[in-house]
Design a protein. Sequence first.
Length: 97
Amino acid sequence: MHLSAQTKNGLNLLTDKLLSIIGWENNQGDTFIARTRHLDAMRITVTHIDNAFNNWSELEILAEELRYAHTALGSITGEFSADDLLGEIFSKFCIGK
Protein backbone atom coordinates (compact mmCIF):
# COMPACT_ATOMS: atom_id res chain seq x y z
CA MET A 1 0.00 0.00 0.00
CA HIS A 2 1.14 3.55 -0.70
CA LEU A 3 0.92 6.68 1.42
CA SER A 4 -0.91 9.60 -0.16
CA ALA A 5 -0.91 13.09 1.30
CA GLN A 6 -3.79 14.05 -0.97
CA THR A 7 -6.18 11.20 -0.10
CA LYS A 8 -4.57 10.26 3.24
CA ASN A 9 -4.57 6.69 1.93
CA GLY A 10 -2.19 4.55 3.98
CA LEU A 11 -2.02 6.99 6.90
CA ASN A 12 -2.99 4.18 9.27
CA LEU A 13 0.10 2.22 8.18
CA LEU A 14 2.33 5.20 8.96
CA THR A 15 0.67 5.63 12.35
CA ASP A 16 1.04 1.93 13.15
CA LYS A 17 4.72 1.98 12.14
CA LEU A 18 5.48 5.07 14.25
CA LEU A 19 3.73 3.50 17.25
CA SER A 20 5.65 0.25 16.84
CA ILE A 21 8.95 2.16 16.66
CA ILE A 22 8.31 3.77 20.04
CA GLY A 23 7.26 0.44 21.55
CA TRP A 24 3.50 0.88 21.79
CA GLU A 25 1.36 -2.19 21.41
CA ASN A 26 -2.41 -2.18 21.38
CA ASN A 27 -2.85 -5.01 23.88
CA GLN A 28 -5.44 -4.49 26.54
CA GLY A 29 -4.03 -4.89 30.01
CA ASP A 30 -0.53 -3.85 28.97
CA THR A 31 0.94 -0.65 30.28
CA PHE A 32 2.67 1.82 28.01
CA ILE A 33 5.38 3.75 29.75
CA ALA A 34 6.98 6.77 28.15
CA ARG A 35 8.79 9.78 29.35
CA THR A 36 6.90 13.04 29.27
CA ARG A 37 9.39 14.51 26.80
CA HIS A 38 8.78 11.54 24.46
CA LEU A 39 5.03 12.08 24.59
CA ASP A 40 5.52 15.81 24.00
CA ALA A 41 7.76 15.05 21.02
CA MET A 42 5.12 12.68 19.60
CA ARG A 43 2.43 15.34 20.00
CA ILE A 44 4.63 17.86 18.21
CA THR A 45 5.33 15.31 15.48
CA VAL A 46 1.63 14.61 14.95
CA THR A 47 0.90 18.34 14.79
CA HIS A 48 3.53 18.85 12.10
CA ILE A 49 2.35 15.82 10.11
CA ASP A 50 -1.22 17.16 10.27
CA ASN A 51 0.05 20.55 9.08
CA ALA A 52 1.92 18.84 6.25
CA PHE A 53 -1.21 16.98 5.13
CA ASN A 54 -3.25 20.19 5.32
CA ASN A 55 -0.70 21.97 3.10
CA TRP A 56 0.13 19.16 0.69
CA SER A 57 -0.25 21.41 -2.37
CA GLU A 58 2.24 23.99 -1.03
CA LEU A 59 5.48 22.07 -1.37
CA GLU A 60 7.65 24.45 0.65
CA ILE A 61 5.31 24.32 3.63
CA LEU A 62 4.87 20.56 3.26
CA ALA A 63 8.63 20.01 3.25
CA GLU A 64 9.19 22.32 6.22
CA GLU A 65 6.46 20.66 8.29
CA LEU A 66 7.91 17.22 7.54
CA ARG A 67 11.36 18.49 8.54
CA TYR A 68 9.93 19.74 11.84
CA ALA A 69 8.25 16.35 12.38
CA HIS A 70 11.56 14.60 11.66
CA THR A 71 13.36 16.83 14.13
CA ALA A 72 10.77 16.12 16.83
CA LEU A 73 11.15 12.37 16.31
CA GLY A 74 14.92 12.77 16.33
CA SER A 75 14.70 14.24 19.83
CA ILE A 76 13.39 10.84 20.99
CA THR A 77 15.84 8.65 19.10
CA GLY A 78 18.84 10.89 19.60
CA GLU A 79 19.36 11.15 15.86
CA PHE A 80 22.20 13.32 14.67
CA SER A 81 20.78 16.34 12.79
CA ALA A 82 22.34 18.44 10.05
CA ASP A 83 22.91 21.24 12.58
CA ASP A 84 24.63 18.77 14.92
CA LEU A 85 26.93 17.71 12.08
CA LEU A 86 27.87 21.29 11.25
CA GLY A 87 28.53 22.00 14.92
CA GLU A 88 30.77 18.94 15.14
CA ILE A 89 32.69 19.90 12.00
CA PHE A 90 33.28 23.50 13.04
CA SER A 91 34.22 22.56 16.60
CA LYS A 92 37.19 20.56 15.23
CA PHE A 93 38.70 23.36 13.14
CA CYS A 94 40.57 26.50 14.13
CA ILE A 95 39.23 29.04 11.68
CA GLY A 96 41.01 32.37 11.37
CA LYS A 97 43.95 31.54 13.61
